[in-house]
Design a protein around this ligand. Structure first.
Ligand SMILES: Nc1ncnc2c1ncn2[C@@H]1O[C@H](COP(=O)(O)OP(=O)(O)OP(=O)(O)O)[C@@H](O)[C@H]1O
Ligand SMILES: Cc1ncsc1CCO
Ligand SMILES: [Mg+2]
Length: 272
């Protein structure tokens, strides 16, 4: 039986956020058609730089220049798949980290096979909801399209196994996020159920994970910090608005204005 990991301390997440704002990493996003502009705005609000360069030849050139690459298979097509493989190869050759968001893996055969092929190419991190992480690691899952039908804690053993098999840091998100390198794990508090009623919060988080994966230091801590920054901004935004329609502007403002002390959570204060 797995014990629940402890929550990432706010000070640790704050250190990574400070580094991110200083480094302003350039993130090459090969992501789905639904979330392009939201993803770019989330990275910009945090102080990173997005670029969506999608043609296979240009994607290979650009991934070697960018600081990190995001591969999100949400609206996968054969040309997209070609660009993803080319970008991963060129980026990896240049020593750049890449991150996989296995959207809807498990429910659809081609993308499941494609993502299983991708994870042999040494991703720095994998970020998915519980159903996607369970399915990617070969456990049967109950996802419904792009949405999770599983609890994130129930997917932690699969996430740990996936991390050990691939060498990636694996983040499985939900009510609580869990981030693991296969040996050590953090829990990440915060967020709000309304975040699942706005498209692309997970996809944008994966882009933020790519930005944080470009930082020096402990990758487990940096990826958990990415999750904490997003859950913190999401929770604050959801508390301030009436519904999903006004979520995006409030969320972007919270990312932009985020104070390092906002990141304190369960790890710092039991009554949080
Ligand atoms: N029930 C919940 N309570 C609090 N926060 C949540 C809840 N569900 C998801 N979140 C938060 O929402 C964000 C997105 O996580 P989620 O697991 O929904 O990703 P996803 O299913 O891949 O999303 P999408 O595919 O729509 O981009 C994370 O920051 C996560 O912590
Ligand atoms: C709704 C949707 N369909 C394909 S990708 C995507 C974005 C959320 O994952
Ligand atoms: Mg998703």
């Amino acid at each position: 039986m797995n014990t629940r990991p402890t929550y990432i301390p706010g000070a640790l997440a704050a250190t990574s956020l400070k580094q991110l704002r200083f480094a302003a990493p350039l993130v090459h996003c090969l992501t789905n058609d639904v979330v392009q502009s939201f993803t770019a705005n989330v990275l910009l609000a945090l102080g990173a730089s997005p670029a969506m360069v999608v043609d296979p030849a240009e994607a290979a050139q650009f991934s070697a220049i960018a600081d990190a690459l995001l591969v999100n298979v949400g609206t996968l097509t054969h040309p997209h798949a070609q660009a993803m493989l080319a970008a991963i190869q060129a980026g990896s050759q240049a020593g750049k980290p890449w991150v996989l968001d296995p959207v809807a893996v498990g429910g659809l055969n081609w993308r499941t096979e494609f993502c299983r092929e991708l994870i042999t190419l040494k991703p720095a991190a994998i970020r998915g909801n519980a159903s996607e992480i369970l399915a990617l690691s070969g456990v049967s899952a109950s996802g419904r399209g792009v949405d999770s039908g599983d609890d994130s804690f129930s997917a932690l053993p699969a996430a740990q196994q996936l991390a050990r098999e691939t060498g990636a840091v694996v983040a499985v998100t939900g009510e609580t996020d869990y981030v693991t390198d296969g040996q050590r794990s953090w829990a990440v508090a915060g967020g709000h159920p309304m975040m699942t009623r706005v498209v692309g919060t997970g996809c944008a988080l994966s882009a933020v994970v790519a930005a944080f994966a470009a930082l020096p230091g402990d990758r487990l801590d940096n990826v958990a910090a990415a999750c904490r920054v997003m859950s913190c901004a999401g929770e604050r935004a959801c508390m301030a608005v009436k519904g999903p329609g006004s979520f995006t502007p409030e969320f972007l403002d919270n990312l932009y204005l985020m104070g390092e002390e906002w990141l304190n959570g369960e790890a710092d204060n039991e009554t949080y």
